[in-house]
Design a protein around this ligand. Structure first.
Ligand SMILES: [Fe+2]
Length: 387
C-alpha cells in the first residue's frame, strides 16, 4: 500500500468494454485484498488469466523449527555462507520463523529466473544486501538495486533478473499479514506526513509496462500453504497492457530513509520503516549521534518483555557489539535482557556519528530458529557479555 498509480492503457471507466485491435475484449482482472474492503488494483490482460495447460506435482516448501535451541541470545554467523542454492527458490534458507513471519537469506547461483514465482501465502519484503537487477511482474518493470527494500504483495507474479556481475545476497521476509507503511506516519487520507522519515517520492513503483504477448508454456511456481505448486500456463503472465490501483510491488531504498535523531538516545521506533501483523521492520542508517553534553550514544540494557528482536547487520561498524560481521543475525529473545557488550558503552562516549546500516525485525510473538539455522549458531554468544 503506497498511493494511487496507473500505468499503461486502461479504459476511462472500469468494468466497461475495452477492446484490442482485433476487436476482442481485453480481459479485466480485479486483484483485491480483504475481500472487496482492502486495497486493490485492476489489470487488463490480452489473454484469459485462467488458461492453465497442466499442473505439476506439489512439493513441500517450508521450514522446521529447531525446538532444542531453547532460550538463548543467538548470533547466526552467515557472512561466509556463499551460494545457498541453485536458483531463487531453492536458494532460500529461512532461519527465523513464527506464525507471523519468516526471515532468511538467499544467495542463488542462477541470477536470472527461468520461471515465475507467486507467493500466495504471504507478502514478501526483500532487502537487497548485494546485487542489482530488474523485477518483472504483471505490474511492469522495476529496477532494483543494493539497499532496496522490495515490498511484494501476495499473489504478485514475478521474475527477477539480477546482474551477472558482483555479489548477490538477499535478505527475505515473508509475512502472514500485509506489509504496510507505518500508520502513525500517514494522515487521514493515507498521505505520508511531513515528519515521516520517508515520503511518496522515495517509493518506487514499477515504472513501465513489460508486455510479453507470445503464447507457449509458462511455469509459475505458486506457494500455497507451505507447498510449491507448479502451474503451466498457455501464455506469459506478463500479458498486461495496463493497470491502476493501490496494490502493486514497490521499492524503497534504505538510503532514502531519513534518520530521526535527538539529544539523548532515541529508541528503535524512530527507525521504524514498515508495519505488519505481529512485527515491525526498522532501518538503522548513518546518522549523527545524540548531542546532549552527557549523552551516551550506545544503547542501554533493554528488557523487551513481550518481543523478540532480530538485527541483521548490513554495513559498517556496530559499536555496541563485538564479534559481529557483515551479514550476521542476532536474535535477542524476550525473557532475557540484552545490551551493549562490555567496554562498548564507555567507548561510545564522544562519538559523533555512525555509518552503520542494519535491518531490524521486532516480533510480538516468540521466534524460533530453524533447523537450517543450526549450522550458523555462534555457541559463545550467550556468554559474550561476561568478562
Ligand atoms: Fe532492544
Amino acid at each position: 500500500m503506497a498511493y494511487y498509480v496507473r500505468l499503461g492503457q486502461i479504459p476511462p471507466k472500469r468494468h466497461t468494454q475495452f477492446r484490442q485491435q482485433d476487436g476482442s475484449l481485453y480481459k479485466e482482472e480485479l486483484v483485491s485484498s480483504k475481500g472487496f474492503s482492502g486495497i486493490y488494483s485492476t489489470l487488463y490482460h490480452i489473454y484469459n488469466p485462467n488458461e492453465v495447460k497442466s499442473i505439476g506435482k506439489p512439493r513441500p516448501y517450508n521450514w522446521t523449527a529447531a525446538d532444542a535451541h531453547g532460550l538463548n541470545q543467538t548470533h547466526l554467523k552467515t557472512s561466509d555462507v556463499g551460494i545457498t542454492g541453485e536458483d531463487y527458490l531453492s536458494a532460500r534458507r529461512m532461519l527465523l520463523i513464527n506464525n507471523d513471519v519468516m526471515m532468511g537469506i538467499c544467495t542463488p547461483k542462477k541470477r536470472k529466473m527461468d520461471y515465475f514465482f507467486k507467493n500466495a501465502d504471504g507478502d514478501e519484503l526483500i532487502y537487497i544486501h548485494d546485487g542489482e537487477g530488474v523485477m518483472y511482474s504483471q505490474f511492469g518493470k522495476l529496477i532494483v538495486r543494493k539497499g532496496d527494500y522490495i515490498v511484494i504483495p501476495r499473489t504478485t507474479i514475478y521474475r527477477f533478473e539480477f546482474a551477472e556481475e558482483g555479489p548477490l545476497r538477499l535478505l527475505i521476509m515473508e509475512s502472514q499479514g500485509p506489509i504496510e507503511t507505518v500508520k502513525r506516519y500517514r494522515n487521514d487520507v493515507g498521505q505520508l506526513l511531513e515528519y515521516s522519515p520517508y515520503c511518496e517520492r522515495d517509493i518506487r513503483p514499477p515504472h513501465e509496462i513489460h508486455l510479453e504477448e507470445q503464447k507457449g508454456d509458462y511455469l509459475i511456481q505458486i506457494k500455497k500453504q507451505g507447498m510449491l505448486h507448479p502451474y503451466h500456463y498457455a501464455h506469459s503472465p506478463l500479458d498486461i497492457v495496463g493497470w491502476d490501483g493501490y496494490l502493486y510491488p514497490y521499492a524503497l531504498s534504505i538510503h532514502d530513509f531519513e534518520p530521526i535523531t535527538g539529544r539523548i538516545h532515541q529508541p528503535p521506533p524512530v527507525h521504524q520503516t514498515f508495519q505488519a501483523l505481529g512485527f515491525v521492520v526498522c532501518s538503522f542508517v548513518p546518522r549523527l549521534f545524540d548531542y546532549h553534553p552527557l549523552s551516551i550514544p550506545a544503547p542501554y540494557n533493554h528488557s523487551n518483555i513481550d518481543s523478540d528482536e532480530v538485527l541483521y547487520y548490513a554495513e559498517g561498524e556496530f559499536m555496541s557489539r563485538k564479534g559481529i560481521d557483515r551479514g550476521s543475525f542476532t536474535l535477542h529473545m524476550g525473557g532475557l535482557p540484552h545490551g551493549p557488550h562490555p567496554g562498548t558503552v564507555e567507548k561510545s562516549i564522544g562519538a559523533k556519528e555512525t555509518h552503520e546500516y542494519a535491518v531490524m525485525l521486532d516480533t510480538f510473538r516468540p521466534l524460533q530458529i530453524t533447523t537450517d539455522a543450526l549450522e550458523f549458531v555462534d555457541k559463545n554468544y550467550p556468554m559474550s557479555w561476561t568478562t
